[in-house]
Write a new protein. Structure first.
Length: 684
């Protein structure tokens, strides 16, 4: 390995330290059992996933800026093999596949990047990203088969041609890379990938792997940092029951780092254990569900509370890096061979679910077109806290005074944990579980660092982080958000009266939010949750200009299709022939809405699923699950005034999981079509 790397044993803990060329992004990077250390300071980063090849190149800069505004401090992205070498030997680094240009954008925006370079990625891409032609080689995939490794080496060399001069040591944004994804075999394979990358020229501060499932043979300590994840629900579950799977465990504080719910369609039943020695690494995550994709047979509706609760629980359980998958949604690019690039039941690899052909919105904090879903603002106060108090939080150990082993919906006591060091710490509270109505908890006594708070009633759905012996406060029943220019910003917790007991003996009771411009006491500012979600964001300057749309029905739907189960034994998405039987509508839009203003087309419809076409080309699709179908009109060719909408009727008896919010009315129809900028952040 080039550069300087040394292993220091300090107080019985292995610590990796790195020296690198100083530059905009070139501060020294290290890690120990607790956290990342960048520029000599402990940090608790927020990592957000966005897939550059799923976004038009001219949207990259605004995407990165809006991720930063949401509190993201590290960006993660897959390099999908079949996006760049769909045909053997023909590499595409143009347009939205231009990795180098994307990395240069991240460099210009001072955004560190973790590259997830495969060869297998999954990401709901066809074959998990492995091109179809590789399957015809007759080799064993994701193994040390020489034929397969020769293909991978060519891939890695191509990727390296894009990253030269943009690694961390060069002052570039690439701080780490991940090899393969969700691999359960021998660590020898992962180490072969790493040695291959090092030989080619990759020279990065650290390297990662997904910490699930457990490897059959571990990698040597220090070689690959394991990163974990959790989701509130999974489109991959074959069951159509509302709360199938054990995702409920993500809402309980626990020492166990990993999840047994991720990718059960591929990985099957997983035991609640992690690899030997992995707890000597810092506790990092790379796949906390910022949202969830919709498969045809299972269409979860994710609430902002789901994402916030999981993040707070992971932080309270000791995680010192929160990585969201996804943080920014996207759209699958056009294929060069005529096939589609989405995962389906009938592709050679990862053939367990039918995903939409185009949309990969994921209900992420920033959606497919950069629009904000509610969790963008719900999560921001937590991210601001991690940035401003991360150095203080990072060395705090987690302890678990409440039960770590709960059943689904169990409501026998309050779920809480403590992170502390010395006489200071934070109390983490989570009285929320997805689709369960946890009761209010009365007369709760919380103790941390020798301080016992007065009896509290913790409301149903309450999630909070309460400081103890922090910032001159003995305790507070409000949450720290940020500290800037000597001002301390706190967030009031809904349903929990705000009390601040100062270390000088003074107690402030029944405080009410006064916003960011007026302190409630000295340098302490109390904000509502909505105000905290928008703290430090500029006001929107969108001009409210209305546009008229006209919807005309051109054709009634044909006979209802027979919804069969595919090879994976789940309901199969409509075929192209099925779409020929769809109801057809024409949507007329003003040319100015495309050419002059940043606008979203919003389509509320009844039906099973819908597709949107421009001049006969599929541009968007949607499985109905309770949220509207959207399209960014700025992506249309100039002069476009007509679009075609196709809708297949809802069949209430279909073997499909539909959430409570979905319109289950039989048949099809258009409820409303409008042009809006709602949810779009101000361009910077």
């Amino acid at each position: 390995m080039q550069g300087s790397l040394r292993l220091i044993i300090a107080a019985g803990v292995a610590m990796m330290t790195f020296t690198s060329v100083q530059g905009k992004l070139g501060d020294p990077v290290g890690w120990d059992q607790q956290s990342l250390i960048i520029g000599g300071r402990r940090v608790v980063p927020v990592m957000g996933e966005v897939h550059y090849s799923r976004l038009p190149a001219d949207e990259w800069a605004s995407a990165v800026r809006n991720m930063k505004s949401g509190g993201v401090t590290i960006l993660a992205t897959y390099v999908f093999w079949n996006h760049i070498e769909e045909q053997e030997g023909i590499y595409r680094w143009d347009g939205q596949r231009d990795l180098r240009r994307f990395l240069e954008t991240c460099r210009d925006e001072q955004m560190p990047v973790i590259l997830r370079i495969g060869p297998f990625c999954h990401g709901e891409v066809r074959n998990g990203g492995i091109p179809d032609w590789v399957f015809l080689k007759g080799c064993k995939l994701r193994s040390q088969d020489p034929t397969f490794l020769a293909c991978v080496e060519r891939l890695y060399r191509q990727i390296y041609s894009q990253v030269m001069g943009l690694q961390w040591k060069d002052g570039g944004p690439i701080i780490a890379c991940q090899f393969d994804n969700e691999y359960r075999g021998s660590g020898d394979y992962l180490m072969t990938l790493k040695r291959m990358a090092l030989t080619i020229g990759f020279d990065l501060p650290f390297y990662t792997r997904t910490g699930w499932p457990e490897l059959s043979k571990p990698v040597p300590f220090g070689e690959l940092l394991p990163l974990y994840g959790d989701y509130a629900d999974g489109f991959w579950e074959k069951s159509t029951a509302e709360t199938a799977g054990n995702y409920y465990k993500a809402f309980n504080f626990k020492a166990f780092r990993s999840s047994t719910a991720i990718g059960t369609d591929l990985l099957g039943l997983q035991q609640e254990r992690i690899g030997k020695g992995d707890e000597a690494y810092p506790y990092f995550t790379c796949e906390l569900g910022g949202g969830m994709a919709t498969a045809y047979h299972r269409r979860p509706f994710i609430y902002p509370e789901d994402a916030y609760s999981m993040a707070l629980v992971k932080l309270g359980s000791g995680s010192n890096l929160l990585g969201y998958y996804m943080y920014h949604g996207g759209t699958n690019p056009e294929s060069t061979t005529g096939i589609t690039l989405n995962e389906t039941q009938r592709t050679p690899g990862t053939a367990n679910n039918d995903l939409p052909v185009k949309t990969y919105d994921f209900q992420a904090p920033l959606g497919e077109f950069g629009q904000t879903w509610p969790q963008y603002y719900t999560l921001r106060p937590l991210h601001l806290f991690m940035r401003d108090y991360g150095e203080q939080l990072a060395p705090m150990a987690a302890s678990f005074p409440a039960s770590q082993d709960l059943k689904k919906g169990e409501d026998t006591g309050l779920r809480w944990a403590v992170r502390s060091t010395g006489d200071s710490g934070f109390i983490f509270i989570n009285n929320y579980e997805r689709l369960q109505n946890l009761s209010a908890k009365k007369g709760v006594r919380l103790t941390a660092c020798g301080v016992t708070l007065p009896p509290l009633t913790i409301p149903s759905g309450c999630m909070a982080i309460l400081p103890v012996n922090i910032e001159g406060m003995r305790y507070a029943t409000a949450q720290l958000v940020a500290k800037r220019d000597g001002k301390i910003y706190m967030m009031q917790i809904k349903g929990l009266p705000t009390v601040i007991c100062l270390q000088n003996g003074k107690t402030l009771k029944n405080l009410r939010p006064k916003g960011a411009s007026q302190p409630v006491y000295d340098n302490i500012y109390l904000l509502s949750q909505e105000e905290a979600g928008h703290l430090f964001l500029p006001l929107s300057d969108h001009e409210d200009i209305g546009f008229e749309t006209t919807v005309t029905k051109l054709r009634e739907p044909g006979p209802l299709r027979q919804i069969a189960k595919g090879p994976a034994k789940v309901a199969e998405a409509p075929s192209e022939a099925d779409w020929e039987q769809a109801a057809v509508y024409q949507i007329s839009i003003p040319e100015q809405a495309v050419s002059q203003w940043h606008r979203l087309l919003r389509i509320d419809y009844r039906g099973d699923c819908a597709r949107l076409y421009c001049d006969g080309r599929l541009i968007a699709d949607h499985f109905q699950y309770g949220r509207p179908m959207l399209y960014g009109l700025w992506r249309l060719p100039a002069g476009t005034t007509r679009l075609e909408l196709r809708i297949l009727p809802m069949q209430p008896d279909a073997p499909v999981y539909l959430p409570r919010e979905a319109d289950r009315t039989a048949g099809e129809g258009v409820k409303r079509v409008e042009i809006t900028y709602e949810g779009l952040l101000q361009d910077k």
